[in-house]
Every structure is written in C-alpha cells, then in structure tokens.
Design a protein around this ligand. Structure first.
Ligand code: ADP
Ligand code: MG
Length: 577
C-alpha cells in the first residue's frame, strides 16, 4: 500500500530536498559567525542543541540558565558580537531573563533564544506544558523582542535580532521560537535563499563636526580637566585611539571598574587612587562611554564638590545626554569614530593639560598608594582582605593577559581598588546593577571566548549564586582558577541572632570547605590560610590551566557592612539591641 502511494507521487516531490526549522536556525547562526551557544537543554530545544553541536557549533551546557545567560552577556561585551543563550520554555526562559535584563542595562549585545509552547494553546490559556506568553513578558526587559512562526522567516528573525543587539547602544534581544517551528519543513534551496547574512550590523556613527569643535574648545579651556573611561569605551575596541587621545590631552583619567586597563592603572596620568580629589576639584569632565548613574553619584552632590563643572560626554545614545546633569558638549557617535575625530581636531600643536593640576593629582595618588603599600604586604593569619589581595595584585601584574572576574561586597570593592589592570577588557565584574551571581558564567565565557586563563575572585556569598557551575568548568576542563574569600558569611561572618537558635541571617556554615566542591568533579581543590599559601596555589593553578578552586580563609571579622556602599543600605533606627 505505502509503496503504491509513493509511486503515485510526482517524482520531483518524492525526491524533494527538504530542510527544517532546526537546520535553518543553525545555518542562520553559522552564516552570521555566531558559533557558540550557552544554554541548558530540555523541551523543546534538546535536539536543537545536539544538532548544533553536530553541525560544528560550540554548545556549552550549563546547570542553570541564569549562568548561561550571564555567560552570553559577557561574551557579547568581549567580542562585540551578540552572545547567544538558549533556554527551554517558561521556567528556563524566566531564569535566562535576569541575564537578558542585565545585558540590556549594561549595554552588552546578547540574544536570548527560548523555545516556547504552542501559541494556540498559550493564547487561549488552556494550560499547555510550561505555558507562558514569553514574548509579552520579555518585551519590558530588553531592547527588542521577536517571535518567528514560520520556517521561511527564520533568516529574517535572526537578522533582526542581530541588528537590534549590536547597533546603536548594544543590548539584550529576545527571540521566541515556538516548539512547532523546529520541525517545520521547507525546500532546502528556498530555505537557503531565505537566510540573511547581516551586512555592517553596527554601522559607524560619525559625530557632527560642530560637536567635536565644541568638545575640544571646552577641553582646551580647562584648568583641571578629567577624563572618565567607562565600560562603553572598553567595549568599543578603539584601544589605540583612546590611549593616544588621553595621552595627547595630558589630562588625568579615571577608569570605571570595567574600563580599567584601557590604559594601565600604573600609567602616570591614572587618577584611580586620587578618585575623590579629581571628582571634587576638576572643572571640565569628559565622559567616554560612562554614564552619570549611581556609580558616579549622578554627577552631583558631595562627591563632586563645590567647584562648578562642565561636562563633555561621548556616547552612542543621544538620549543619555542631560540624563542627570547638563551636558555642555554632547558628542554623539560611536567611540571609535568620535575619538578619531577628536584626535584629528587636536592637530599637531595641542597643549597638554596644565602641569600644576597633573602634579596635584599625581602627588595625591602617590600618597594614597604609599599609604596602602605596607598593608598589602602583610602575611597575617587569619588573612585579611589586604594581605590576600596584595598577593593577587602581584599575580595579575605578572600575568597581565589573564582575565579577572570579580564579585562580592568587600571582596569586590577592595579588589577593584587594589588589583591594577594593564590591558583592556581584562576585568569583568558586577556591572551597572552591582549584581551577585555573574561569577561562574563570566568565567566560563571568558575562558571560551578569549582562550586566556581566568582568575575569579569571589566572595563566599557571591560564589553561592552560581557555584554549581564548577561542574561545568570541570567538565569542559577550562583554565579557570576560582579564589573564594571565605569569611563565613555576608559582609562578615560574626553576626549572631539574639532572639533564637537559628543562625543569623548573614552567616554561613563556619569553616566551610568550598575547595572540596571542585574536587568532587575531578578538579583541583586547595585550602589556604596565609597569603604565602594563596600565592603558591594560584600560581600553580595558572601554570597548569587545570580547573581549580582555592578556599581562602579570611578573618570573619575583617569585612564591613555592604562593603563601600553601606550608605545605600537603610537601617532601622528602632532596632532592638
Ligand atoms: P560604566 O559603568 O563603566 O560607567 P556605563 O555602562 O555606565 O559604563 O556606560 C557605558 C556607555 O557606553 C553607555 O551609555 C553606552 O551607550 C555607551 N556605549 C557603549 N558602546 C558604545 C560605543 N561603541 N560607542 C559609543 N558609546 C558606547
Ligand atoms: Mg563573605
């Protein structure tokens, strides 16, 4: 019977070469050079992951979607191509959504691709497996959101997602792919023709001549100029031009956390260790890829002092101008084009920033550095933050191409100040939201995207948000060395509960051995109690490239509440003692 039916079909149709949704998505990603996927398998994308891997894509399977999402977001920052995160429907999608919102807030290009349940059932709210109107939920959390219903639209859908993620101010994009789409078939030739190779996905945005002149006139008039380099400047990959511009200007520069290393922190113009002086006393401030958000006290108030200031801001997003204070000289364009135009405009005879100002700043900086130096050399047991970070500071100095991942409260605030960076995009951390949980996702993506060794410096609490991914690190044998600053808790490990037998809300199991987690998966675990031991263990890990977790025992009394941002943590005046 069956044979007879087949025989009746026209020959052309019987032999028609068919492709399907699975293959079209894979082909569209490949065509656009998106060859790494971070995700968690499950319905309806399990087979997609297998097929993508078989087709030569790198598919990294995580233990939780949030970590895969953070990995994709930082892959976007490091490469200027959208990082891809792949999740299952409803709960998997929601787990990935935090990272998508994070990417958008931080201006990192990322695409969250999520499988979803059947539209007909979802829209009638008939209770499908993992039912949720994901597109509607995602829309408020990202830069753009799309859904593809037909196999012939996959090419366009992916092209739109790529453009939305990387053009203008980069951000997160959601792409909804219902389960039925994967199995839809179409003619292979037609399918191939439907794919789009995106040309010039992030076109240069050239600043106007007037805006460049305005900015240079103001900079020239400054008696006490300051340049602030943000993570947008790092993202732009215009490293040589930025360095040339800063050096030619002669102005002190202040790197934001992820802008560190664009010029080395040891550069004579670096004002990192004189932060409060330059914020207070500068008269003209030029922001390059940095926003005047909470991290810069919104450009006003006590931190910025009484002296009147004028702001120049370089940013790709026109709406960023005047967001917190008046920007007298807005320069709208991509940082590469803007800085080149500024350099052209400066010409050969640019006069460097006033020497007395540079001297004031460098004197202050050197004083602060000298004050800190002896604390970084202590070999105390139990370790304090300074002793432990002094060691890690030397290790990064000796291995400047390693990537430093950093999160925590005290562990973050102190490491940011103490560990000097020497190369661009080598420090990746909690970003605009100051979130905990990026640690292992960032470490995995950094190792995979750059091929460089990774040193993750983690508070014990911060690590807990993504700790299960040590298995992922061990499974893919990544050159990641995790150092956990274990002080038995959040901020400090010394809190007590005055009202009962439960532990205080901010403490963890005392004397926990996080190193054994890595050992459980065949990696290297080390417990260290002194700066000397820490140094030996980190160097061994960086030399071997083996997945390593070092439990660094820190004095539980050493930290302070909320690290350096205790002022943001409201405390009850009525609290019972
Ligand atoms: P930081 O936290 O380091 O101060 P922000 O994330 O606040 O940095 O600011 C980064 C800024 O850089 C954003 O306003 C974003 O629009 C901008 N930006 C990102 N990429 C580019 C680019 N290629 N050209 C110009 N501006 C950019
Ligand atoms: Mg802690």
């Amino acid at each position: 019977m069956a044979d007879a039916a087949l025989a009746k079909k026209p020959a052309a149709e019987a032999e028609q070469d068919l492709t399907d949704g699975f293959n079209l998505i894979i082909d569209a990603l490949k065509l656009n050079g998106l060859t790494t996927i971070y995700g968690v398998p499950g319905i309806p994308i399990t087979d997609f992951g297998r097929m993508a891997q078989a087709a030569g894509l790198r598919v990294i399977s995580f233990r939780h979607e949030q970590n895969a999402g953070y990995a994709a977001s930082i892959a976007g920052f490091l490469t200027k191509k959208p990082g891809i995160c792949l999740t299952v429907s409803a709960p998997g999608f929601l787990n990935g959504l935090t990272a998508l919102a994070h990417a958008t807030t931080n201006c990192f290009p990322m695409i969250l691709i999520s499988g979803s349940s059947e539209r007909e059932v979802v829209d009638l709210q008939q209770g499908d497996y993992e039912e949720m109107d994901q597109l509607a939920v995602a829309k408020t959390m990202c830069k753009a959101a799309f859904r593809v219903l037909h196999a012939q639209d996959i090419g366009i859908g992916i092209a739109r997602a790529i453009r939305a993620a990387v053009s203008g101010r980069p951000g997160g994009v959601y792409l909804d792919l219902p389960a039925k789409l994967f199995g839809q078939v179409m003619d292979t030739q037609k399918g191939k023709q439907s794919l789009v190779k995106v040309i010039d996905a992030a076109p240069a945005q050239i600043p106007s001549k007037d805006s460049i002149k305005r900015a240079l006139d103001l900079l020239k008039s400054a008696k006490k100029p300051l340049i602030i380099l943000g993570k947008g400047a790092a993202y732009a990959q215009a490293d040589d031009a930025i360095r040339e511009f800063v050096e030619k200007s002669g102005a002190p520069f202040l790197p934001m956390s992820m802008g560190k290393g664009l010029l080395p922190d040891t550069h004579p113009q670096c004002a990192g260790a004189a932060r409060s002086t330059v914020l207070k006393d500068s008269d003209v401030v030029m922001l390059i890829g940095a926003r005047l958000n909470w991290l810069l006290s919104h450009g006003k108030g006590k931190a910025w002092g009484e002296a009147p200031k004028k702001f120049i801001q370089i940013d790709i997003e026109p709406k960023e101008m005047d967001s917190n204070v008046e920007i007298v000289a807005p320069v709208v364009g991509d940082i590469g084009s803007c800085v080149s135009a500024l350099l052209d405009g400066m010409g050969a005879k640019w006069t460097s920033a006033p020497a007395d100002w540079s001297k004031t700043v460098s004197t202050k900086r050197d004083e602060n550095v000298a004050k800190m130096a002896p604390r970084l050399m202590n070999n105390n047991v139990p370790m304090d933050y300074h002793g432990a970070l002094g060691v890690l500071r030397t290790i990064i100095k000796e291995r400047p191409d390693a990537i430093l991942v950093n999160e925590g409260a005290n562990t973050l605030d102190l490491a940011r100040g103490i560990i000097d960076m020497y190369q661009p995009r080598k420090r990746i951390d909690v970003g605009t939201w100051g979130i905990m949980g990026i640690g292992m996702g960032y470490s995995i993506a950094a190792a995979i995207e750059t091929g460089k060794p990774v040193l993750a410096v983690e508070g014990d609490s911060a690590f807990g948000f993504s700790g299960m991914e040590v298995e992922t690190i061990a499974r893919y044998k990544l050159p990641v060395c995790i150092v956990i600053f274990n002080n038995d808790g959040i901020y400090r490990g010394t809190d007590t509960n005055s009202a009962g037998s439960d532990p205080a809300t901010t403490v963890f199991v005392k004397g926990a051995r996080y190193d054994m987690m890595m050992e459980a998966f065949g990696g290297v675990g080390v417990n260290v109690t002194s700066p000397d031991e820490l140094k030996r263990a980190v160097n061994a890990a960086m030399d071997s490239g083996k997945p390593t977790l070092i439990n660094a025992v820190i004095d539980p009394a050493a930290g302070s509440e909320s690290g350096r941002i205790g002022n943001l943590n409201p405390q009850s005046a009525l609290k019972k003692k």
